[in-house]
Design a protein around this ligand. Structure first.
Ligand code: NAP
Length: 243
């Protein structure tokens, strides 16, 4: 029985592939998105209760292996999975889609370590900003209440946004043309984003290059030491099928 930590498109697709080849899998979702897109097969929803809760779950559900296919920036659950699996000797694989650092234009972007640094750097580059860093980190940017900030998120932020900001609720994929139109119509100067990777939302980077918008991008958190990492669904499937 595989525990598949999800909340991403890759996890959902991998659940389908595992199901197709007859590998028993339970997908786990944090459940903090209003409109959950459920994978096929068994699903459990909600946190485990930290490392101790996850350790208990691994034993109670007789889990043989864990695939952590959570978002590359979901560092909390990734750290918990590493600690819990190490504690009970359960094999663990991290599936993390390739990031965008290998793109030819990645050298033109301002790479930062976290959202706080993103605020400092982006704040010095322009006064009309496009924030696509996810609703959870928005509080880091609230001091920009004197600027125009376009926030795009899948679900509404829980914080009240300054009056000069605009909120756009949308889920990708977005076309390059639509992204360009969005940036030019709002007079965007700086795009602030995270190195999430994937194809569904990469178009904002293509659009930024076309229309001359500066990019400030947060580096991925490091995967805990000793955890095996793959970047494709095929590789994760091979791992699950290995004897
Ligand atoms: N961070 C992002 O930018 C982002 C973007 C898109 C989707 N997501 C998805 O949204 C979920 C939450 O992300 P996050 O960044 O808030 O996570 P996080 O900070 O790494 O995790 C916070 C807590 O949420 C619970 N949790 C997270 N993922 C879970 C899962 N798949 N199944 C069960 N519990 C989970 C765990 O609670 P307990 O300690 O109680 O077990 C974890 O300690 C993840 O599943 C991730 O794949 C995240």
């Amino acid at each position: 029985m595989i525990l598949l930590l999800g909340g991403t498109g890759e996890a959902r697709r991998l659940a389908g592939r595992l199901h197709d080849v007859g590998v028993p899998v339970v997908s786990s979702l944090a459940g903090d998105v209003a409109e959950l897109r459920l994978p096929v097969g068994e699903v459990r929803i909600g946190g485990f209760g930290g490392v101790p809760g996850l350790v208990d779950y691994l034993g109670a559900a007789r889990i043989d292996g864990v695939i952590d296919a959570t978002h590359p920036f979901a560092a909390g659950i990734t750290a918990n999975a590493a600690a819990a699996c190490q504690a009970v000797g359960t094999p663990l694989l991290r599936l993390s889609r390739p990031g965008w650092s290998g793109r030819p234009d990645a050298g033109d972007w301002s790479w930062v370590e976290d959202l706080s640094q993103a605020r400092q750097v982006a704040g010095s580059l322009g006064r009309r900003l496009f924030l696509t860093t996810g609703r959870q980190g928005i509080g880091q940017f609230l001091e920009w209440s004197d600027r125009y900030v376009l926030v795009r998120a899948v679900d509404p932020p829980t914080l009240e946004l300054p009056g000069s900001w605009e909120l756009l609720l949308a889920r990708g994929p977005f076309s390059v043309e639509a992204e360009q139109e969005l940036m030019t119509s709002r007079g965007i100067e700086v795009l602030v984003t995270k190195d999430s990777g994937g194809s569904a939302t990469v178009t904002k980077l293509d659009a930024a290059a076309h229309v001359g918008v500066r990019v400030v991008i947060v580096r991925r958190p490091k995967v805990p030491a000793g955890v095996e990492v793959v970047d494709s669904i095929d590789a994760a499937l091979r791992w699950a099928l290995a004897p």
